[in-house]
Design a protein around this ligand. Structure first.
Ligand code: AMP
Ligand code: ZN
Length: 109
C-alpha cells in the first residue's frame, strides 16, 4: 500500500522542519495555515483517524503536547482552537491534531 503523505514526512521522504519530535509523535507547521500559528501534532504510527487508536498513552501524549505547544506559542493567553477531523471529514487519513490561533471567541462553525 502506498504511504500517506504524513508517513512520508515522518520518514523524511518529504523535507520538513519539525517543531518537535520524539519516538511517538511529531509536530510541524501546517503548509496552509489558517492562523498565524497553525501546527499539526501527529502520531508517528499510522492511524487513519481517532477511532482506530487503542493506545491511551499515545492519546494523552498527543493532547499534552498540544497543550504545551499552545503555551509555548503564547496561545494560552491569546486564544486557540484544537481540532481533529475524522470519520471521512479529514483530507489526510493519518491521525493529526490541528492547533491554531491566536483567535477571539467565535461560533463553532
Ligand atoms: P485535515 O482536513 O484535518 O486532514 O487537514 C489536513 C491538513 O494538512 C491541512 O490543513 C493541510 O494544509 C495540511 N497539509 C497537507 N499537506 C501538508 C504538508 N506537506 N505539510 C504540512 N501540512 C500539510
Ligand atoms: Zn500515514
Amino acid at each position: 500500500m502506498d504511504k500517506c503523505i504524513f508517513c512520508k514526512i515522518r520518514d523524511r521522504e518529504i523535507p520538513k522542519e519539525f517543531t518537535y519530535e520524539d519516538d511517538d509523535i511529531m509536530v510541524f507547521p501546517d503548509i496552509n495555515p489558517v492562523k498565524p500559528v497553525h501546527l499539526l501534532i501527529i502520531s508517528k504510527k499510522h492511524y487513519a483517524d481517532l477511532s482506530e487508536v487503542r493506545d491511551e498513552t499515545l492519546l494523552a501524549k498527543l493532547m499534552l503536547k498540544t497543550r504545551e505547544m499552545a503555551k509555548e506559542n503564547d496561545l494560552d493567553k491569546n486564544g486557540y482552537r484544537v481540532l481533529i477531523n475524522g470519520g471521512g471529514a479529514q483530507a489526510i487519513m493519518h491521525l493529526h491534531i490541528h492547533l491554531f490561533g491566536p483567535m477571539d471567541q467565535t461560533t463553532l462553525l
